[in-house]
Write a protein that binds this ligand. Sequence first.
Ligand SMILES: [Zn+2]
Length: 265
Amino acid sequence: MGYGCCGTIMSCSTAPITNRNQVTFFPESVINSQAASAYAAFKKKAKLSEDKETLKLIEDIGSKMKIAISTYFSSKKLNDPTKDYNWEYILVDDDKTLNAWCMPGGKIAVYTGILKVTKNVNGLANVMGHEIAHAVAKHSVERASASLALNVGTTVADIFLGGAIGRTRNTVGRTTGVDILQVGIFNPFTRTQETEADYLGLAFCSMTGYDLYEGIELWKRMKEFNKGKEPPQFLSTHPSSENRISQIRSWIPTIRKNFPKIDNI
Ligand SMILES: [Zn+2]
């Protein structure tokens, strides 16, 4: 928490790799621990798939990406944004829901419905890379901070300066009906955040050695599903722009050059 940065009492940080400035007045550790509780509750409630083979694949992609990300940041002598992550993976048995997400701190869920669109290992890796990117770039912290700023303004910041995070959460909930966890994690991300997650997700896939062009095919398949009766939930939380595919295509050569596959993964 610092004074003066961004001209307010809010604290600022930058997103890893893209170095975009962010206003984040929640400590990431607080968001991560709240996300861990929410994830535990979700796991209890959700119907988990019996498909051990696909879960194993998800864990395999995730653990390779985890190593690649940490290796990348340490090779650049940069702070590893995932160093306090406690990675976890679940496959939700729900063929009707085409969705996947990664909560802050590396808590991942893939719904069986999205497997119709991911189709193969590289497709799944591109979805997971994108979701992990939202977490690594602290988009939920940013969203939670923005919601608080919008809804309650500086009075909350004052309370935060006293360090009473839990009390603040209750206060915020009582006075505004806003649950910081809800707004931080499950609201759609902004277009800027989506673009950043596309870019970082491709970088993570590239470091890990997955096929980036499958990312293009994936978005094409997603668009096809969108024409059906039940548009993918993934698209409601990931508003897509018309030029998303062409943008991804134009980034690929540079990303492969700047984020080459890391050895021994
Ligand atoms: Zn997204």
